[in-house]
Design a protein around this ligand. Structure first.
Ligand code: CAO
Length: 569
């Protein structure tokens, strides 16, 4: 074997071109003239053909690179002349079969017994020659009956020519841009003799009047073949091959085969894609018309195809069986409407997005609204400001709210449970750990104050302050954020009349707190200005019922409204 370097050919005056697409992977057998890669200038694309048959080794450029005439593109291992002479042609099938591992298994006994057939262009139904726009097979390929082997194009449509027998490709007799007519030779294929043996003969099928396959030795005696007598002598040349009886029976009647060959499914007029992508799409069963090309002038790249398949797979796994699934959000190119910039989400933002969506999609949410009169609480809190300063603490309404929620959880244990994994049992918790949502520059974090029921207000205020600071500094540990039974999300320092928080599943509930405002309040005799705190309790309706939530909210409101009730419970 000798190493052959493939270089950029004459570009017809164009100074440099872009490497658009690769067609091969290391180890691929390539035939002379097979397209190795696609180059593109701002005016046209061109395929770089393999100068010789051989084994593709590697590319020496990357997709997207700019290259000039003479630049090295790829390495091939080619059979040197002396090796080629030394290897009898009759051995070539054997060597191909042993290199092609998947096929080697199939043709364990076949190589020496294999027979060659000639694949020809079926009746195209056209008076004028058709262009060969794609050749989808190369020497050494394994083809299965029905595989598209070449794509022909008239000025009206593209049609696939299918293989009519399974076997190994020995020779490709057409190239892209050739013009072909009905009956023209397309390829020589070696088929295991047990297959061809099973084929009906002329006698067995006296009505057969058309054929897409003739034995290769009928028109081209196989090199090294002992017998020069064709097993079925053609009565005419290949251009009238349809009158020759088949040596390998098509799996469908010839008339049906024509329908398949000219099926509208194969028409791909609006598609701009290279041969490798078309072949891959065929193998994956993807209709390229559905794939959006992101390359120059909408050319579909392998990446576009991969992305399309990945999205379809994701949609398929997400869609519930037999019911209408959640429709995917269409991808929108916002840059069509104005200037945009893409920024990567932080880790915290990505995790929050997943958690929020999981909860939103899994938990049947209900939100219960109320207001707590915190006029007296605020007066008390402000009266404690000096003491707070002495302790180096900030005593905000949030510490009181967390304390009130802990008491309400103890009074309403249905809120202190979670739904079991199987959806058939509850897990009741006998500890009270409360998460508090903290807004940080990197995203939302929810550290947990543990055993709130056993802590006083000063201790809660201290811990809250420390946890919020560490959250903003990014120094919380995983343990700091685990074990929560319920969450408090306070936007009270910011404003707003109310919002519906999303349950931090598997917790049963979350209390959203908005900004306290002085409002006229009817005390039974007169309107009095009172400081009212808007509260919104969202809960998982699988775990908690509306009446439970009513009781929980009444307790929170009364605890915040009258501090004396803290010592009464
Ligand atoms: N109404 C009116 N004022 C309020 C209030 C309320 N409900 N809650 C707090 N405040 C005031 C306090 O009185 C304090 O003001 P003073 O210093 O004048 O007394 C100030 O707001 C304190 O704000 P803070 O942010 O320093 O402290 P906090 O204890 O109120 O809040 C924390 C702590 C961590 C909850 C908050 O900083 C935070 O990050 N909130 C955002 C939470 C969030 O993003 N939730 C949305 C989650 S999406 O579901």
């Amino acid at each position: 074997m000798a190493l052959e370097i493939v270089v950029v050919p004459d570009l017809g005056g164009v100074e440099s071109v872009e490497v658009l697409e690769f067609n091969c992977k290391p180890g691929d057998n390539v035939a002379s003239e097979d397209a190795l890669l696609v180059l593109e200038s701002d005016k046209a694309t061109m395929e770089v053909p393999s100068p010789l048959s051989g084994v593709f080794k590697r590319y020496l450029v990357a997709e997207g690179d700019q290259v000039k005439v003479g630049d090295q593109l790829a390495e091939l291992e080619v059979v040197s002349e002396s090796e080629a002479v030394a290897q009898p042609i009759s051995d070539s099938l054997e060597s191909i079969a042993s290199e092609e591992k998947p096929y080697a298994d199939v043709v364990e006994i076949a190589p020496v017994l294999a027979e060659e057939i000639l694949l020809v262009v079926p009746d195209t139904g056209s008076d004028v020659p058709l262009d060969v726009v794609e050749v989808l097979l190369k020497v050494g390929d394994e083809v299965s009956e029905g595989d598209a082997v070449v794509v022909l194009e008239s000025d009206k449509a593209s049609v696939d020519v299918p293989a009519t027998a399974s076997g190994l490709v020995r020779e490709v007799l057409v190239s892209e841009a050739d013009k072909v007519n009905t009956g023209d030779q397309v390829a020589r294929i070696a088929v295991p003799s047990n297959v061809s043996d099973a084929a009906p003969t002329d006698d067995a099928n006296p009505d057969a009047s058309t054929s897409l396959v003739v034995p290769a030795d009928a028109v081209l005696p196989a090199e090294g073949s002992e017998s020069s007598e064709p097993s079925v002598a053609p009565s005419v040349a290949p251009s009238v091959a349809p009158s020759v009886a088949p040596s390998v029976a098509p799996s469908v009647a010839p008339g049906e085969l024509m329908v398949e060959a000219m099926s509208p499914q194969t028409v791909q007029l609006d598609v701009y894609a290279g041969p490798a992508v078309r072949l891959a799409a065929r193998e994956l069963g993807v209709d390229l018309i559905e794939v959006k090309g992101t390359g120059p002038r909408g050319r579909i790249s392998r990446d576009d195809l991969n992305k399309f398949v990945a999205v379809r797979l994701l949609e398929a796994t997400r869609a519930p069986k037999n019911v209408v699934g959640i429709p995917a959000v269409p991808e929108i190119d916002f840059s069509k409407f104005g200037s945009v910039e893409k920024t990567k989400m932080t880790k915290i933002q990505s995790l929050t997005a997943v958690n929020m969506q999981r909860s939103w999609l899994n938990v049947p949410h209900v939100t219960h609204f109320d207001e707590a009169d915190i006029t007296d609480l605020e007066a008390f809190r402000k009266s404690m400001r000096d003491q707070a300063d002495l302790r180096g603490l900030k005593l905000t309404p949030v510490a009181f709210i967390v304390k009130a929620v802990a008491r309400a959880l103890a009074l309403n244990p249905v809120f202190n449970r979670s739904l079991g994994d199987d959806g058939k049992h509850f897990v009741q918790k006998f500890y009270i750990h409360i998460g508090v949502a903290v807004d940080t520059p990197k995203g939302l974090l929810v550290p947990v104050v543990k055993d709130v029921d056993q802590k006083g207000l000063w201790e809660i205020a201290k811990e809250l302050g420390e946890l919020a600071t560490r959250a903003r500094e990014g120094s919380l540990s995983a343990a700091d954020m685990q074990g929560g039974c319920f969450t408090v999300s306070s936007l009270g320092n910011l404003g707003g009349n109310g919002f519906t928080p999303i349950v931090n599943t598997p917790e049963a509930g979350i209390l959203g707190v908005s900004k306290a405002q002085i409002k006229p309040h009817w005390n039974g005799q007169e309107f009095k200005p009172r400081l009212l705190l808007p509260l919104a309790l969202s809960y998982d309706h699988r775990v908690v019922n509306g009446a439970d939530s009513g009781r929980f909210m009444v307790d929170v409101v009364s605890l915040l409204g009258d501090l004396r009730s803290f010592i009464m419970h």
